[in-house]
Design a protein around this ligand. Structure first.
Ligand code: ZN
Length: 215
């Protein structure tokens, strides 16, 4: 009997699944630079992305009775950014792991149990970026305290506070991120996808590990 060979239809779901697993195996080892749309379709973990920053906001420090932090974008003036930076943007956390700490009735910070006997506390500010790739996809990226401190080039102990110089530097850095025409930044993100049994993502979240600021 004769057997026949056919070219596979590239749109066939089985072909796509095959390519996806192949790419997955290759992609596990190191940081890859990818387009945002590719990341969204591929579900890698740590990757470098070329993105444009659409918005930035400080996260509301819970528990907070204050007004929510404003969303800063390309239309925000330097004064608006300075105003956001002068608000209540920091929280007090464990000096080792940056977990937020509660205070007791006397205003004493409770220790961070996983980090005992380490009991130092520090000020932190967490943030959130919205970024877009070449396509039209946009995602929110959590910015933990350490990379944010690097982006703003100012230690949180100095913000907000008397050090006008540090606030000015941080405000100009935020403006550089957001101003038009948009610049392309290389960011490293850790992505976390929760998928159902058909590998359809149910939820996804992204955490910034690094943002290379043009010097
Ligand atoms: Zn800790």
């Amino acid at each position: 009997p004769w057997s026949t060979i056919q070219a596979t239809d590239p749109t066939d779901r089985r072909v796509q699944d095959f390519h996806r697993t192949q790419r997955h195996q290759k992609g596990n080892s190191s940081n890859l630079e990818l387009d945002l749309d590719t990341l969204l379709s591929q579900k890698y973990s740590d990757v470098e992305l070329r993105v444009q920053v659409i918005t930035f906001r400080f996260q509301d420090a819970p528990p907070s009775q204050n007004a929510p932090q404003p969303v800063l974008d390309s239309s925000t003036s330097l004064e608006g950014i300075l105003m956001a930076l002068s608000g209540d943007i920091t929280y007090t956390g464990c000096g080792r792991c940056s977990a937020e700490l509660d205070t007791d009735a006397n205003g004493i910070y409770s220790p961070c149990y996983p980090c005992l006997p380490h009991t130092a506390v520090r000020r932190y500010y967490p943030g959130m970026l919205t970024v877009s790739g070449r396509g039209c996809s946009q995602v929110c990226v959590q910015v933990p305290p350490v990379p944010l401190q690097k982006i703003l080039d100012a230690p949180p102990d100095k913000l907000p506070g008397s050090e006008v110089k540090h606030i000015q530097v941080a405000a100009e850095r935020i403006q550089t991120l957001l101003s038009l025409p948009r610049k392309t930044f290389i960011i490293t993100v850790r992505s976390n996808f929760l998928c159902d049994e058909n590998s359809v993502p149910i939820s996804q979240d992204f955490t910034l590990l690094d943002l290379q600021f043009p010097s």
